[in-house]
Design a protein. Structure first.
Length: 223
């Protein structure tokens, strides 16, 4: 399937067949997330594949009872690695990046970026760290949704969940974190349900092209 067809043909799937999803299809979806681009290639994410039914029951509680969680043969839990931006870790990463790019003084180049709010979310403040992490995850999850379509799978992105941001389902979320051994600095940002669709839904409507796209000037239509 080409990318254009995957984009045009996909729609969120909330009803799944009970058959297991072959490992290689799940692997392909996860690999698409792993291959996503990110800010200075920092890759501030961790993905946990969950198929165990007891874990899915707990996860459904964390997802505010959304039934397609328990009903999906597999779920990918997408964690933001907020600690990836912590200065010592981020600096080490930047030194590696600049070394690979052949910079004359990788240490100095990394230090310069580290204190510049335009390059370092930590230097810009806590909100920037969160915003930048979510930005990277959105791209990775977008890649996964397209690969799911390519693999003939249905999926649904779930953002209505309990986590550090929403404070919802606090008890279940704490239990889930413990069960999964989630380290400090990692935060559940999203859940992607996956499975073979019971029915393939038609693509949903979008705003008109010229409502969201302009040429040269805001509101000026692209003819
Ligand atoms: C960040 C994000 C969070 C979402 N959260 C949920 C959710 O919690 N539950 C759900 O059933 N669908 C959720 N959706 C799916 C949207 O409702 C869906 O993508 C949107 O209505 C467009 O429909 P389509 O995906 O079929 O094109 C979410 C989608 C995104 C991108």
């Amino acid at each position: 399937m080409d990318v254009t067809s995957a984009i045009a043909g996909r729609a969120s799937v909330r009803g799944y067949r009970s058959d297991e999803v072959p490992q290689e299809k799940l692997h392909a979806v996860l690999e698409a997330g792993r291959r996503a681009p990110s800010w200075m290639n920092i890759q501030p994410w961790h993905f946990i594949l969950v198929r165990d039914s007891e874990l899915k029951t707990l996860l459904q509680e964390v997802c505010l009872g959304q039934k397609h969680v328990g009903g999906a043969p597999a779920c990918v839990l997408i964690f933001g690695d907020l600690a990836a931006w912590d200065p010592p870790r981020f600096k080490k990463h930047l030194v590696g990046l600049f070394t690979a790019r052949g910079a004359a003084d990788p240490e100095a180049a990394a230090q310069e970026r580290l204190v510049d709010p335009a390059y370092s979310p930590t230097a810009a403040g806590e909100e920037a760290v969160l915003a930048r992490t979510l930005e990277q995850i959105g791209i990775a999850e977008g890649f996964m949704t397209l690969e799911a379509e390519n693999q003939g799978l249905g999926c649904c992105v779930l953002g209505a969940i309990g986590n550090e941001l929403t404070g919802a389902a606090a008890e279940s979320y704490a239990k889930l974190r413990e069960r999964l051994g989630v380290p400090e600095g990692a935060c559940l940002v999203s859940v992607l349900t996956l499975g073979f669709p019971k029915e393939k839904p038609a693509p949903t409507r979008r705003k008109a092209f010229n409502e969201v796209i302009s040429a040269e000037r805001f509101g000026s239509p692209l003819i």
